[in-house]
Design a protein around this ligand. Structure first.
Ligand code: MN
Length: 249
């Protein structure tokens, strides 16, 4: 891969340390992944951990360096490794090639839990990293452009949207994710358990994710202990609204 291609991928929040061309996945698979949000790095038929588009300490003071480092290098890496293992050992007939997120999620109800949980974990975390950006000065982070328009039209105000999303994140019992997503072009808010997401064929909510928040304790426990509400309130400072706009486009 030449440097301009590598830089393009880096800027797009999508990169692999090796080549992106993959015999097992092929261009069609990559294009499909692209449609799902320019996320997955697949190298030689294996999923790989995406490089973060910022340093581990970049989201401080809102999300601390140690949490980010462990979350990315331990938790996310484990989803990637376990997804590769689960796909290698899969012998069923329901999953089509390439083993893209799109193909996995559309038949996920028929697949082993290890594929569901780890494909969800890899997709959700890749999306989550891309939906945050540094804001060391703590400027009020508010949507602009497409996201602002759609939020105001649908929820009346950003504050109303923020409150509903925060409630969804707070009320998810145990481990899971809060989402804003498009269902038939309508912007909605909801949550899912474990590593489920709205792209999964039998998830509690259905649609295309445009904003994601990890509310597993591993996402906040080191800094916030049991105070999920404080974590959520601080997370709003580092939301990357440009990425939300890209996903809405
Ligand atoms: Mn997580």
């Amino acid at each position: 891969m030449d440097n301009s291609r590598r830089n393009f991928l880096r800027n797009a929040g999508l990169f692999s340390l090796g080549t992106l061309a993959s015999s097992a996945v092929g261009n069609e698979g990559l294009n499909k992944l692209d449609q799902l949000g320019k996320l997955a790095a697949i190298d030689g038929g294996k999923y790989t951990l995406p490089v973060l588009p910022y340093a581990y300490n970049a989201l401080e003071p809102f999300i601390d360096k140690q949490t980010m480092e462990i979350h990315h290098t331990k938790h996310h890496q484990a989803y990637v490794d376990n997804l590769n293992k689960a796909l290698e050992s899969y012998t069923g007939k329901d999953l089509e090639s390439p083993h893209s997120f799109e193909n996995i999620f559309k038949v996920v109800s028929k697949l082993p839990a290890a594929i569901r949980n780890n494909a969800g974990g890899h997709y959700n975390h890749s999306l989550f990293w891309s939906l945050m950006k540094a804001n060391p000065e703590g400027y009020k982070s508010i949507p602009e452009g497409k996201s602002a328009e759609l939020i105001n039209k649908t929820f009346g105000s950003f504050e109303a949207f923020q409150k509903q999303f925060t409630d969804a994140a707070l009320k998810r019992f145990g481990s899971g994710w809060a989402w804003a997503y498009l269902e038939s072009g309508v912007l909605k808010i909801g949550s899912t358990a474990n590593q489920d997401n709205p792209l999964m064929n039998n998830a509690e909510i259905q649609g295309k994710p445009v904003l994601a928040l990890d509310v597993w304790e591993h996402a906040y426990y080191l800094k916030y202990q049991n105070k999920r509400a404080d974590y959520i309130n601080n997370w709003w400072n580092v939301v990357n609204w440009n990425k939300v706009n890209d996903l809405l486009a």
